[in-house]
Design a protein around this ligand. Structure first.
Ligand code: AMP
Ligand code: ZN
Length: 500
C-alpha cells in the first residue's frame, strides 16, 4: 500500500515488457486492476475450440510457432501473402507481449499433388516440365522469389527454414511409428493412413464424417479403405523414374504432403508445440491430417492453438488460387505499377484476419492513398527524443491482444496523432507501435532528413529570418524552396521539410 492511500491496494502489473501502474480513474481496487489485466492479456481465436481463448504457452514466456510454408512450384500470389502477413502480425504481437518466439516455417518442395486427395501429379515435377528445368531448380528459383516477397512486405523471416527434401529420414521414421501402431495400410500406389482408427478425426474442422464422405465421392481411388484416408508415402510409378525419389522400407517413392509438417514441427519444436497456423483452406484437410498422424504417432496433443487466416478473394467472393489462374503476384499487382508493396501490408492491416478480404484495383488505390497520408503525417512530426505514451500503449495493446484486432489498433494510431501529446512523444509512441505494424515508419521519418544540401541551406537561412522576425524574407525563401520541389511547414517543433 502506498503512503496516503488508506484502504486501497496498490501494485503494478508485469506484462513482460514493462512495469506499469493500473490505469487512472476507477481506483486501484483489486477488481479494477484485475479488469485492466483481463483486457490487456493476449486472447486469440482457436479453431480447435472455436473460441477466443487466453493465450498460455507451454513454457513460461517462450512460444513455439509453426506456420505452413509455400509449395515452391510457382510464385506466391497475394492471397498466399495475406496469410503470411497475418502470421507475421501474430509473431510480432507475441514479441510485443514479451514472448521469445521460436518460429519454424517449412518449404514444400516435394509431394504436394495437383489433386488435394492424393491424386494427380506432383506440383514440383509439373512445374519443372512447364519451365524446362529440373524440379530442384524450380524449387530453388521459387524459394528465392518467395523470400524476396517476404522482405518486400517486411515479414520477419522464421528462425528455422526447413525443406521437406532435407527431412526425408524424419518423415520415414514417423511413418514407421504409425506402421508399428497399426495405423497404416498399403495399396498399389502407396502407404495410407487409416482415418477410421483415429478417434475424433474431424475435431479441428468440426465437420461430420458423413459430410467428408459425401465430398469425397469424386475420389477415384477404390483401394482406399475410407474416403478421408491419405497418403503417407507414394510409390514412384512403375517403369518410370521420378526426379525426386528416395529409398524407403516400402519401396522407392516420395512422402505425402501432410507428413512433412508433422515430422518437422516435432523435430524443431518437440516440447514447444504452442501455435500452428495457415490459411483457412488448411483446416479441413492438411491440418486435420497433420493432427491425426501426429497424435496417433506420439499419443500426445499436437499443438494447443490453431489459427487460420481468411481468404483473399477476387470479385464475387471467389478465392484467389494458383489452380484457378486468377492469381496476382506482388510484382504484377504492385511493384510493376511502382506501388510500394507495403501498401498491400497496410491494406491487410485494415481488415481483421478472420474476415474475407476482396481484391480490387480501387481497394489498392485507396490503401495507397491511406499509406501515403499516414507517411506524410509521420514526416510532419517534428521533435527528437520523446517518450512512449503509456496510456496509448495500453490502448494499442488492448486492441492487438483482442485477437489481433489491427483495424482497432490503427484507430488508436490515429488517436495518438490527434492527441495533445508533443510531436516528439507522438513519434516515439507510433514508432513503438510500428514494431507490430511493420510499416517502416522509422525509415520514412529518416528519409525526410535526407534533403539535398542546397535545400538545407535555404531552410537554415529561413530559420534565421524567422528568428529575426523577417517575415518577408522567410516567405521569399519558402517560395524558393517550393520552386525546387520541396514543401516547408512551420510546426510547434520548428520547420518540417518534405518532398512535394
Ligand atoms: P500453398 O503455397 O498453396 O501451400 O499456400 C500457402 C499458404 O497460403 C497457405 O497457408 C494457404 O492456406 C494460404 N492461401 C492459399 N490461398 C489463399 C487465399 N486466396 N487467401 C489467403 N490465403 C491463402
Ligand atoms: Zn503444413
Amino acid at each position: 500500500m502506498r503512503k496516503g492511500e488508506k484502504g486501497r491496494i496498490s501494485f503494478y502489473i508485469t506484462d513482460g515488457f514493462s512495469r506499469r501502474p493500473p490505469p487512472k480513474g476507477g481506483g486501484n481496487t483489486l477488481w479494477s486492476v484485475f479488469a485492466h489485466y483481463l483486457k490487456i492479456m493476449l486472447k486469440i481465436y482457436n479453431t480447435l475450440t472455436r473460441q477466443i481463448e487466453e493465450f498460455k504457452p507451454i513454457k513460461d514466456k517462450k512460444v513455439g510457432l509453426y506456420t505452413c510454408g509455400p509449395t515452391v512450384y510457382d510464385y506466391a500470389h497475394i492471397g498466399n501473402l495475406r496469410t503470411y502477413i497475418f502470421e507475421d502480425i501474430l509473431k510480432r504481437v507475441l514479441k510485443y507481449n514479451g514472448y521469445k518466439v521460436k518460429h519454424v516455417m517449412n518449404i514444400t518442395d516435394v509431394g504436394h499433388l495437383t489433386g488435394d486427395r492424393d491424386m494427380g501429379e506432383d506440383k514440383l515435377e509439373k512445374g519443372a516440365r512447364r519451365e524446362g528445368k529440373t524440379a530442384w531448380e524450380i524449387a530453388d528459383f521459387y524459394i528465392k522469389a518467395f523470400k524476396k516477397d517476404l522482405a518486400a512486405l517486411n515479414i520477419l523471416e522464421p528462425d528455422i527454414w526447413c525443406k521437406a527434401t532435407d527431412n526425408i529420414k524424419e518423415q520415414i521414421n514417423l511413418i514407421k511409428k504409425l506402421e508399428a501402431k497399426d495405423y497404416t495400410y498399403k495399396t498399389s500406389d502407396g502407404i495410407y493412413f487409416d482415418t477410421s482408427k483415429f478417434k475424433d478425426y474431424t475435431k479441428l474442422s468440426h465437420q461430420k464424417l458423413e459430410e467428408l464422405q459425401e465430398g469425397a465421392r469424386v475420389e477415384k481411388n477404390p483401394e482406399k479403405r475410407n474416403p478421408a484416408d491419405f497418403a503417407l508415402w507414394k510409390f514412384s510409378p512403375k517403369g518410370s523414374k521420378r526426379q525426386m525419389e528416395w529409398q524407403s522400407p516400402w519401396g522407392i517413392g516420395f512422402p505425402g504432403w501432410h507428413i512433412e509438417c508433422s515430422a518437422m514441427s516435432l523435430k524443431y519444436l518437440g516440447d514447444q508445440l504452442d501455435i500452428h497456423c495457415g490459411g483457412a483452406d488448411h483446416v479441413a484437410l492438411h491440418h486435420t491430417n497433420e493432427i491425426a498422424q501426429s497424435e496417433a504417432a506420439t499419443g500426445k496433443k499436437f499443438f494447443n492453438y490453431w489459427l487460420h487466416g481468411a481468404f483473399l478473394n477476387i470479385s464475387g467472393g471467389k478465392k484467389m488460387a494458383k489452380s484457378e489462374e486468377n492469381f496476382l503476384t506482388l510484382d504484377n499487382a504492385l511493384i510493376k505499377k511502382e506501388i510500394n508493396p507495403l501498401v498491400y501490408r497496410f491494406a491487410a492491416l485494415m481488415t481483421h484476419y478472420r474476415k474475407p478480404m476482396e481484391y480490387s484495383k480501387e481497394g489498392i488505390e485507396a490503401a495507397k492513398n491511406g499509406l501515403e497520408h499516414l507517411y506524410n503525417q509521420v514526416r510532419s512530426l517534428g521533435g527528437k527524443k520523446g517518450q512512449v505514451s503509456k496510456q496509448f500503449k495500453n490502448k494499442f495493446l488492448e486492441a492487438i491482444n483482442d485477437d489481433l484486432n489491427m483495424p482497432r489498433a490503427m484507430a488508436v494510431f490515429q488517436q495518438v496523432l490527434k492527441s495533445d501529446l508533443t510531436d516528439a512523444d507522438k513519434l516515439a509512441t507510433i514508432l513503438d507501435f510500428d514494431k507490430v505494424l511493420g510499416l517502416n515508419l522509422a525509415k520514412v521519418k529518416k528519409e525526410k532528413q535526407k534533403i539535398p544540401k542546397q535545400i538545407q541551406i535555404l531552410v537554415n537561412e529561413r530559420e534565421a529570418a524567422r528568428e529575426n522576425k523577417n517575415w518577408a524574407k522567410s516567405d521569399k525563401l519558402r517560395n524558393e524552396i517550393n520552386k525546387l520541389g520541396y514543401l516547408v511547414e512551420d510546426t510547434s517543433e520548428g520547420q518540417v521539410v518534405k518532398k512535394k
